[in-house]
Design a binder for this molecule. Sequence first.
Ligand SMILES: [Zn+2]
Length: 93
Amino acid sequence: MIQQTSVMRICISCRKTYDRKNLLKITKDHKQGIMLQKGMGRSAYICKSKKCYSDSKIKKKLQKALKTTLEPEFFDIFEKEIAIHDSNPNKGI
Ligand SMILES: [Zn+2]
């Protein structure tokens, strides 16, 4: 039986360590450019706390972490991805 171990990653905003499953992964893919939750290449992680992903400095932090320039279009996609997580019914009202 294979032991399921959780992979820990650091949020680039708050610098706290989280299980990778609970983070948003942004990858600079070698072929396809910037991707969310998939792709192969340099990656950065952001936790799903509003304080982090809506941080005004997050764009700079991401660009620094990925060593690339992010297009404004990326943030449209990013915000939509966040909205999906935000509307998670498990959140509880
Ligand atoms: Zn964070």
